[in-house]
Ligand binder design. Structure first.
Ligand code: FMN
Length: 167
């Protein structure tokens, strides 16, 4: 049986929510990582993923400029990086210069991979769509990478950006 309630109440049941870090270079060639919970696989053949980015974020500019982006699945040890990349704007700071997070060059696009992530996906920008206060970017995956060590993924496990693994 269901009881009707308001959206704010019902959406609190969504946890755990996956976390990704998307990375795109700006017009100065600086890679800008952004933490995102609103993401999904949208096609299997060809493989494609979508991310929803708020209209005010610097990442909108970086993705539109470079027309490609990485989607990294951070590991459960990367909670501090995810919180930093998800609370500072690349408009104000160079996030990779200010937070120590190992990267390596992407293979098929002009971006970087997160070395300690569970997996990284290199995407070329296929389309963008306005959805309310966010822009949905759809990326076609042109290269995929997994960590050589076993790692657990990072999730938001509760309200207030409470991050951790899910068992
Ligand atoms: C766990 C977590 C999940 C987030 N999910 C999203 C999201 O799905 N979409 C979004 O636009 N911002 C999301 N944010 C907020 C952005 O990461 C944050 O505003 C960031 O500082 C924007 O950076 P930028 O201005 O360099 O693009 C999230 C932050 C955290 C910590």
């Amino acid at each position: 049986m269901q009881k009707q309630t308001d959206y704010e109440q019902a959406i609190k049941t969504k946890y755990p929510e996956q976390v990704v870090i998307a990375i795109a270079k700006d017009k100065n060639g600086r890679a800008n990582p952004v933490t995102l919970g609103w993401t999904m696989i949208v096609s299997g053949t060809p493989p494609m993923m979508a991310i929803a980015v708020a209209g005010r974020h610097y990442s909108i500019e970086t993705i539109r400029h470079s027309k490609c982006f990485t989607i990294a699945f951070p590991s459960s040890e990367m909670a501090d990086a995810a919180l930093f990349f998800g609370s500072k704007s690349g408009r104000d700071i160079d996030k990779f210069a200010e937070f120590d997070c190992k990267t390596e060059p992407a293979k098929a696009i002009d971006s970087v991979l997160l070395s300690e992530a569970v997996a990284n996906f290199e995407c070329t920008l296929e389309s963008e769509t306005v959805a309310g206060d966010h822009i949905i970017f759809v990326g076609k995956i042109v290269a995929s990478h997994i960590n050589t060590e076993p790692k657990k993924r990072l999730y938001t496990v509760g309200p207030g950006h409470k991050l951790g693994p899910v068992s």
